[in-house]
Design a protein. Structure first.
Length: 81
């Protein structure tokens, strides 16, 4: 919920799995969140990151590697790299 000053006042904001778009519950201890840093032409970190959240069910099935690769390729195409 957002108050009159425009600040978020919710105590818990659930994450969504980037691959399946399912909610990641508070008790899903197998879920991970990965931040991938962006590099410039010289290979130096630019300070920008892209965040992906992968749910425990995806990791349990062994699909997190292919899902993360697919998501990153899609993100690179959007950025024009």
């Amino acid at each position: 919920m957002i108050n009159d000053e425009g600040q978020n006042v919710d105590l818990y904001i659930p994450r969504k799995c980037s691959w399946t778009n399912r909610l990641i519950g508070a008790k899903d201890h197998a879920a991970v969140q990965i931040n991938i840093g962006h590099l410039d032409e010289q290979g130096l970190f630019t300070g920008k990151t892209t965040t992906f959240a992968i749910g425990g069910a995806v990791r349990h099935r062994g699909e997190s590697d292919s899902g993360l690769d697919h998501l990153w390729q899609k993100k690179k195409a959007e950025m024009g790299q």
